[in-house]
Design a protein around this ligand. Structure first.
Ligand code: G1P
Length: 292
């Protein structure tokens, strides 16, 4: 029997974005543009490519720009049409009422708590999670990270997380897996630990912000105490599901940019600008000139 399809995705977007102040004083971090698309749009497009129809945003105060972004911009669209402007520049930014939902995380208690806030909308079915800070870009002609995960899920079912290898010195900033048997891009997960000291890290394979989880994780989160950084950690809840349900890691075949850091954000901006047919050559010339 094939596993239940993944129809819903949760986007935790309640974070304060303090690392990007003052830019994020009045603008949600997820709305900062990488070239001309806000960060959150890349994640939503990746979800759509994977066949996901319902987007659930876990927001907080000051995040209404995200709701506006995925709404109809009536005045803008009307004025553009009247002036004969091309509306296709807006791209697929509209999410209809049946395709999006917003819930608020009222207190900053951690990623695990943010996901738990979406439990009533997720209901009793497997779902995806996207951390929009992690920008995952498909290879030319390839598929996105979540599509690769959904394809793997249709084979193995259960729970899947995306992973990638980083230098050992960086593991303490991330969730880390204890790897079991490996089969191509798929690795069995035998343990999970959030932000371990380097000496205690079970590997250098880190969680890179994409998850497919079974709904039982919500019941685990309900009872989950505080973990690393005094926050309710999703990683700790997932760790408890290992052994109860299948748990695999998928190594994404593509590029990943950590837009949670300023240098990662600049790297993503440069890489995407360079790869764009409408500006790649011009940006390359500018970059080479600046490096002279
Ligand atoms: C979160 C997760 C962590 C994961 C990381 C990816 O951490 O808790 O397991 O590796 O995202 O970016 P955060 O960046 O919110 O501290």
């Amino acid at each position: 029997m094939s596993p239940k399809p993944i129809r819903k995705a949760v986007f935790p977007v309640a974070g304060l974005g303090t690392r990007f102040l003052p830019a994020t004083k009045a603008v949600p971090k997820e709305m900062l543009p990488v070239v001309d698309r806000p960060l959150i749009q890349y994640a939503v497009d990746e979800a759509r490519e994977a066949g996901i129809e319902q987007m659930i945003f876990v927001t907080g105060r000051g995040k209404s720009a995200i709701e506006d972004h995925f709404d109809i911009a009536f005045e803008l669209e009307k004025t553009m049409s009247e002036r004969g402007k091309d509306l296709s520049v807006l791209g697929p930014t509209r999410l209809g009422p049946g395709n999006c939902a917003y819930v608020r995380q009222q207190e900053p208690l951690g990623l695990g708590h943010a996901i738990w806030c979406a439990r009533a909308i997720v209901g009793d079915e497997p779902f995806a999670i996207f951390l929009p800070d992690e920008l995952m870009v498909a290879r030319e002609g390839g598929t996105g990270c979540m599509k690769q995960m959904v394809d793997a899920y249709s084979e193995v079912g259960g729970n899947l997380i995306s992973v990638l290898e980083v230098p050992m010195a960086q593991v303490s900033s991330y969730g880390v897996i204890a790897p079991g048997a490996q089969d191509g891009a798929l690795t069995e997960v035998t343990g999970l630990v959030e932000k371990p000291p380097v000496a205690e890290a079970p590997s250098n394979k880190i969680l890179s912000g994409r998850y497919i989880l079974q709904p039982e994780v919500m019941r685990v989160l309900e009872r989950q105490g505080k973990g690393a950084g005094g926050e309710i950690q999703l990683t700790d809840a997932m760790a408890q599901m290992i052994g109860q349900q299948p748990f695999h890691a998928v190594t994404f075949d593509g590029a990943r940019y950590d837009c949670g850091s300023k240098t990662g954000f600049v790297e993503a901006t440069l890489a995407i600008a360079l790869s764009r047919p409408d500006m790649g050559d011009a940006v390359r010339a500018i970059a080479l000139d600046l490096l002279k």
